[in-house]
Write a protein that binds this ligand. Structure first.
Ligand code: NAG
Ligand code: NAG
Ligand code: NAG
Length: 450
């Protein structure tokens, strides 16, 4: 997760933006006389103000681009489903809540390209949280089936002749693109009529027919809502938080720091020990490798660094902040000593809830609060952050930002400190915000110039 996929997710949109900028420039040269072009072009660049004179919060910067759902998904007529399906697919999902959801969504796209009928997915959470919490424990099953009608066929129950047996398990760990599935998975589906798949990370949907992409988009983003019981708990929580508030997904837990293979100076001995005991055989990088790794943005931001960047973005230190995170953030004082108005789930839930709720259902609360908050900032770019970013975009909430680990480490390595570093952070994140570039919304969204 820390390796090439995050590179892809950050670089792909940048690449397309570059392409877009180039074609825009080309178009401008064709359509505008040169003087007019240069004034237009310059007026965008010169709207940068130096940090010292810019007093307002980042969210007031005028946006140039915005992501919206593509029309082939939301507006165009649906392609009719095949008369006869090629068989039944169950998607088996593993991991935390948002990874389960990502895998389910990928599986839906796959089922659609194979003209298969979907049964309800299997949520295999035990491996991650040692608990049982199936699909229906988190999501609203009726709504899911109803909202996907016409996009893909989903059934609650299998036909009698199939229902008694377990699905044939097809290994999809190396399958990523359209032809992979048609060539390697379709034969098993046709033979066994009922298969289970566990989609691998980083599926490629570039060659999917639009109807399959549309099924993916609709099922993942318009058809999944929390079930009634969970939604009402989440709503209670949301209502308890003073408004307006910023939801901050701050990730600095021992396991993730250990996994990142980064080293930090100035952590408490308690944190160091926690990291060491989570380390396993992933030893931290040292010397030049460590510097290169850090400069590539691979190292989680500490709470203190997070506070520094938020301040650089002129987010007032008395802002109400909801920490959307599990327990166990290390060095959290580095943040709460600067931003003093900080809440977590534990500030509002009863102790009974805290003991009784599953990891999955607790994660669902953070998700719900974060898609409904005034602003969302994440220090990382994980499954939850991607999902929250999409859902906020659908709701027209544009105050969403991913902090740049790479920018921070590169500038720090260049020796920038204090106001100079603040200024650099301001510029970089302002640019991300104004262009919508940082959001990197995949597949279902199209860029609009505002
Ligand atoms: C699925 O059905 C469509 C027509 O509805 C057809 O064009 C396509 O080839 C089918 N794909 C598979 C894998 O059966
Ligand atoms: C997982 O749950 C089982 C049964 O409830 C328990 O015996 C086991 O110790 C738990 N494992 C962990 C790692 O918590
Ligand atoms: C934060 O401080 C500013 C200026 O002192 C004040 O206007 C604002 O109401 C405060 N906000 C909160 C949430 O306390």
């Amino acid at each position: 997760m820390l390796s090439s996929s995050s590179w892809n997710h950050r670089m792909r949109p940048i690449f397309f933006l570059l392409l877009f900028a180039l074609s825009l420039a080309a178009a401008a040269v064709v359509f505008f006389p040169s003087s007019e072009f240069s004034t237009r072009f310059l007026s965008t660049t010169s709207s940068f103000k130096p940090f010292s004179t810019e007093k307002s919060v980042i969210w007031t910067a005028p946006r140039v681009f915005e992501w919206r759902p593509c029309s082939w998904w939301t507006l165009e007529a649906l392609t009719a489903l095949p008369e006869r399906a090629n068989g039944y697919i169950r998607v088996d999902c593993y991991g935390g809540l948002n990874q389960l959801r990502r895998d389910l969504c990928d599986g839906i796209g796959i089922a659609r390209i194979l003209n298969a009928t979907l049964v309800l997915p299997k949520f295999e959470v035990a491996a991650y949280w040692n608990e049982s919490s199936g699909f229906g424990d988190v999501f609203d099953v009726d709504y899911f089936i109803q909202e996907t009608k016409g996009f893909i066929e989903i059934v609650r129950e299998l036909p009698k002749e199939i229902a008694s047996r377990e699905p044939f398990k097809v290994d999809c760990s190396k399958r990523k693109g359209l032809f992979d599935y048609v060539e390697a998975v379709l034969p098993s589906l046709l033979e066994h009529r009922y298969i289970s798949i566990a989609p691998a990370m980083s599926q490629r949907r570039d060659r999917y027919p639009l109807y399959a992409k549309a099924a993916f988009c609709q099922a993942c983003y318009n058809a999944l809502r929390l079930n009634k019981a969970l939604e009402s708990k989440a709503l209670d929580l949301l209502n308890s938080i003073p408004k307006p508030f910023l939801s901050l997904h701050l990730r600095f837990e021992p396991d993730m720091v250990a996994y990142s293979q980064c080293q930090y100076s100035g952590l408490s001995s308690q944190s160091q020990e926690a990291i060491e005991s989570a380390r396993g055989d992933r030893k931290p990088w040292t010397g030049d490798s460590a510097r290169i790794w850090r400069a590539r943005g691979k190292c989680p931001l500490t709470p203190k660094e997070t506070a520094f960047i938020l301040k650089s973005l002129n987010i007032p230190t008395n802002t109400t902040i909801y920490l959307a995170a599990g327990d166990g953030i290390m060095e959290v004082e580095g943040f709460t000593s600067v931003y003093t108005n900080v809440y977590t789930k534990a500030s509002f839930l009863s102790s009974e809830d805290i003991v009784q709720m599953h990891g999955n259902t607790k994660a669902a609360l953070d998700y719900y609060v974060s898609i409904n908050s005034d602003a969302y900032v994440a220090t990382y770019f994980g499954n939850m952050d991607k999902m929250v970013s999409v859902m906020r975009t659908l709701k027209g909430k544009h105050k969403t930002l991913f902090l740049s680990r790479r920018g921070f480490s590169v500038r720090s390595a260049e020796g920038m400190r204090g106001d100079e570093l603040r200024e650099a952070m301001w510029r970089e994140h302002r640019e991300d915000f104004v262009t919508g570039r940082g959001l990197a919304l995949p597949d279902c969204f199209c860029e609009f110039r505002l």
